[in-house]
Design a protein around this ligand. Structure first.
Ligand SMILES: [Zn+2]
Ligand SMILES: [Zn+2]
Ligand SMILES: [Zn+2]
Ligand SMILES: [Zn+2]
Length: 193
């Protein structure tokens, strides 16, 4: 990639086939390549293409999910591939916004602060206990569990309900639902190996 911005080449009207004097700088003018017309426009697929009808590239059909002109009119494999990945991306987005939604008001049972409102952004993390649903910031629960004056059974128990948890899982989001928690624990154990 050069430093100069590349832009799609305009298709010249059919009668301007005659090659003008070669311009010394960017003389990459291509004859309207019919192959390009089969290639989805790199501009239209990520946003808007200002060349519209005159674009040398193919403008696909708009996708219902993302609204971009990305669906190849005849390549059905490409269409279904895009729709599939678009749905997946959308589901991820939804998951993320749900995760933020359920996390944002959670209070730490030790410092009593809303975890997402901690002054230090690096402290806005949860320490999820594997066996109960009491919420703590990672820093607080780690400090609690590292207190040397207590025996290990006390240290490993939740300060609120006393249930012993073998793990504190660091998490950016609050996780409480059984299945989600199971996944989180599994991922954590995998990463610890
Ligand atoms: Zn275009
Ligand atoms: Zn899409
Ligand atoms: Zn705390
Ligand atoms: Zn608890």
């Amino acid at each position: 990639m050069g430093s100069s911005e590349t832009s799609p080449l305009l298709v010249l009207p059919a009668d301007s086939d005659t090659q003008g004097p070669a311009t010394p700088e960017e003389n990459k003018e291509q004859p309207a390549d019919p192959e390009l017309k089969k290639t989805l426009c790199p501009y239209a697929t990520v946003g808007e293409c200002r060349y519209g009808e005159n674009c040398v590239y193919l403008h696909g059909d708009p996708c219902d999910m993302c609204g971009l002109q990305v669906l190849h009119p005849t390549d059905t494999a490409q269409r279904s591939q895009h729709i599939k990945s678009c749905i997946e991306a959308h589901e991820k987005d939804m998951e993320l916004s749900f995760a933020i939604q359920r996390s944002k008001d959670i209070v730490c049972g030790i410092c009593m602060e809303v975890v997402y409102e901690k002054t230090n952004p690096s402290e806005r993390r949860f320490g999820i206990l594997s066996n109960c649903s009491h919420s703590y910031c990672l820093k607080c629960i780690r400090r609690w569990r590292s207190a040397k004056q207590f025996e290990s059974k006390i240290i490993k128990s939740c300060p609120e309900c006393r249930i012993t948890s073998n793990f504190v899982i660091p998490s950016e989001y609050w996780v409480e639902e059984k299945e989600d928690k199971h996944k989180l624990i599994h991922k954590y154990k995998e990463a610890m190996r």
